[in-house]
Design a protein around this ligand. Structure first.
Ligand code: MN
Length: 398
């Protein structure tokens, strides 16, 4: 047995304990929990090979909230005392893997600042930048779960059709307006039977945890294809998630009221106090922080998104992922997409001393975030990183 020492104010201290999947050379991936700069093997720690000696969090997530609470308490108790030495690995010595098997994936559009900014950019002649439905339901679209990749995976610049204002006919080629969307992803642990919607008040029995999410977006492809059925190939080539799933149980001290929702929402979306999360993000472009989007500004709450997703009876499954939509605050340096940050490319930002608008090959984007946690501490999310490589150069990059 060994005792692990982690500073009390570490972003990955006992107040966090996010889950992931790791491997060491010559062995299959297994579930681990991050504690400081250690990865602790949960099958060894808890003596449950069936649940944790596997390459995804799905079996554990499917066991439900009572079990999530029990396991978190057991991990905390053991890390406070002593742990089997063979359960412990240095973070730097392991390979991290996609932490869960992504079932279905939906992307929302829950930020009023972002939706209004894009409305102004895409529909400048409309007096109201929001569509008539926007404050009545959380708008979303179904995405491509197979395109969800782990932080560190290179992103190949997508090619597709586009038709700019000056183009008489559509042209084909690599996207010239490749963008990011800084979002959170919510991981469903327990789903619902078809025909039995999840009540907005019960969402915490279903949402297991939260990851950082970069919804890479080809704006030129998107602008030409999106009417009338919404985003398709401009989004479906890749989205990046962080390797550690922060349990919703660790985010209880980060809960905040959503902004006032006016007009009042329909009863199936209504809570006395709809809760958002006070999570502060950073968008890092080639090592330089260019934006600090505040999740607390989001109009629609995660519980409302999940209630809306299922109100028609649609079944959720363990491993379903729904993302929030781009997070933007009211200020310019809080915008979570470059199309907003640079106002459609008209107002470049300075990165490495250069005037920049959209992504170029070789660019590296990191998303990072912290949130308030128990005992006045802060917790961290793992990083969501991706590097852009040119079309046709393959996922291995150059
Ligand atoms: Mn998005």
């Amino acid at each position: 047995m060994t005792r692990l020492t982690v500073p009390a104010d570490d972003l990955f201290g006992l107040h966090n304990l996010p889950y992931g999947v790791y491997s060491v050379p010559g062995r299959e991936p297994r579930v681990g929990v991050r504690y400081g700069d250690y990865v602790v093997d949960l099958a060894v720690l808890l003596g449950d090979e069936e649940t944790f000696g596997v390459s995804s969090l799905n079996p554990f997530m499917a066991q439900g909230r009572d079990r999530w609470i029990e396991v978190r308490a057991a991990i905390t108790a053991m890390l406070t005392a002593a742990v089997p030495a063979q359960a412990v690995h240095a973070l730097g010595s392991v390979t991290l893997h996609l932490p869960f098997e992504v079932a279905d994936y939906v992307d929302f559009y829950a930020c009023e600042h972002h939706a209004a900014n894009l409305g102004r950019l895409f529909r400048p002649d409309n007096p109201d930048p929001l569509m008539p439905n926007w404050k009545h339901l959380p708008v979303g679209y179904h995405g491509r779960s197979a395109s969800i990749v782990l932080s560190g995976t290179d992103i190949v610049r997508p090619s597709g059709q586009r038709k700019g204002p000056q183009d008489p006919v559509p042209v084909f080629g690599p996207s010239v307006r490749l963008d990011i969307e800084a979002e959170l992803g919510f991981v469903v642990g327990v789903g619902n039977e078809m025909g039995e919607p999840i009540a907005v008040a019960d969402a915490e029995d279903h949402i297991f945890g939260v990851v950082l999410f970069n919804d890479w977006s080809a704006r030129d492809i998107q602008a030409w294809e999106y009417v009338p059925l919404g985003p398709n190939l401009g989004k479906s080539f890749a989205s990046t998630i962080s390797p550690w799933v922060v349990p919703l149980l660790a985010l209880q001290d980060a809960k905040v009221d959503t902004p006032v929702q006016e007009p009042a929402v329909l009863p199936y979306l209504a809570l006395d106090r709809p809760w958002g999360l006070d999570i502060d993000l950073e968008v890092v472009w080639n090592g330089q922080i260019v934006s600090r989007p505040p999740y607390a500004a989001m109009y629609w709450s995660p519980a409302q998104m999940l209630a809306h997703l299922t109100v028609n009876g649609a079944p959720m499954r363990t491993g379903d992922l729904f993302a929030s939509g781009t997070i933007s605050g009211p200020d310019k340096d809080q915008r979570g997409a470059f199309i907003e940050l640079t106002w459609g490319g008209a107002e470049p930002v300075t990165v490495d001393g250069q005037q920049r608008t959209f992504l170029e090959d070789g660019d590296v984007i990191d998303l990072r975030a912290t949130a308030p946690a128990a005992g006045g501490k802060r917790l961290g999310f793992g990083e969501a990183r991706g590097r852009i490589v040119g079309t046709g150069r393959g996922m291995a990059g150059a």
